[in-house]
Design a protein around this ligand. Structure first.
Ligand SMILES: Cc1cc2nc3c(=O)[nH]c(=O)nc-3n(C[C@H](O)[C@H](O)[C@H](O)COP(=O)(O)OP(=O)(O)OC[C@H]3O[C@@H](n4cnc5c(N)ncnc54)[C@H](O)[C@@H]3O)c2cc1C
Ligand code: FES
Length: 259
């Protein structure tokens, strides 16, 4: 883990309250694993204000380019909107435990909203290991389906679902996921599930993993303060008792989670 002052390379509005932020962060990129997160000090907030945690959307060790994808939801993310290319932003990371980057069966990645953020880096690493990940992404509406062009560039097959039917199937992301799980089971093929998104979606995916006897890797999003294990703000209940999301997580095995 390093504490790095990073130059802002790009900061773009990608619609519907989402933004992408690219930073020069060679030291963080050199260590980053998919599923880990960074803790960003937002420049316009007072020094005592807390950092904000964001998943690593992409970390390119060769160029040192770190990419984040975030939704503006409150004071910290609103203040972060103001940073411009050339500004300096202090970032701590990479933090927490990430996803495994090899997979025994077919990797099925499931995301919702900004939950696709750690799944892009994961898909890139899985592809590099020779696996063929598929992405299942859901949202209320088409505007919540983020970074689909980036997944397409990687050659990842994408299945979409929206509540209002504005893109993909009308319904939940678990609808196309169930179809694929049934297809793979029918062909006697193994799969593993990797998920990040809102809690109800994570629970649904975790239960599918345990119910089908497959491995499931779930990224838990808990409110964080210190990000390094000291404050116990980010507790997640597990079969082994309380775990800190920032240290033992944010990626947990599906069978370890207590809902
Ligand atoms: C490991 C981890 C990875 C994350 N990755 C991303 C990411 O890639 N992109 C992204 O947009 N966000 C991500 N988040 C959520 C992000 O950290 C919060 O949205 C952000 O801290 C809110 O700060 P704020 O000051 O703008 O909002 P606040 O003013 O603190 O809160 C505004 C609203 O957002 C809610 N909120 C606050 N923290 C969270 C949280 N952790 N999760 C969900 N809702 C929250 C509050 O309950 C409130 O309703 C991640 C969180 C964690 C723990
Ligand atoms: S955020 Fe402080 S212990 Fe996890």
């Amino acid at each position: 883990m390093v504490d790095e002052t990073c130059k802002v390379l790009e900061h773009e509005d990608i619609g519907a309250g989402y933004r992408s932020l690219a930073l020069a962060a060679p030291a963080i990129c050199a260590e980053a694993q998919p599923g880990q997160f960074v803790h960003v000090k937002v420049p316009a907030l007072e020094p005592s204000a807390l950092r904000r945690p964001f998943s690593i959307f992409n970390a390119d060790a060769a160029s040192g380019r770190l990419e984040l994808l975030y939704k503006t939801v409150g004071r910290g993310t609103l203040a972060l909107n103001a940073v411009k290319p050339g500004d300096a932003v202090n970032v701590m990371g990479p933090l927490g435990h990430g996803f495994p980057t090899t997979c025994a069966g077919a990797p099925l990645l499931v995301g919702g909203g900004f939950g696709v953020a750690p799944l892009y880096f994961l898909a890139r690493m899985l592809k590099a290991s020779g696996a063929e990940p598929k992405l299942f992404v859901g949202g209320r509406t088409k505007a919540d389906l983020l970074a689909l062009d980036r997944f397409a560039e990687l050659g990842v097959e994408v299945f979409t679902a929206t509540n209002d039917g504005s893109a993909g199937v009308q319904g939940l992301v678990t609808d196309p996921l169930d179809d694929e799980m049934i297809r793979l089971k029918g062909e006697g093929k193994a799969f593993e599930l990797f998920a990040c998104g809102p809690d109800p979606m994570l629970k649904a995916v975790a239960l599918r993993a345990t119910g089908s006897g497959s491995k499931g890797w779930i990224s838990m999003d808990r409110h964080m303060i210190c990000g390094v294990g000291a404050c116990y703000a980010c507790i997640q209940k597990t079969v082994r008792g309380n775990s800190r999301c920032c240290i033992e997580g944010p990626i947990f095995r599906a069978e370890d989670l207590v809902w």
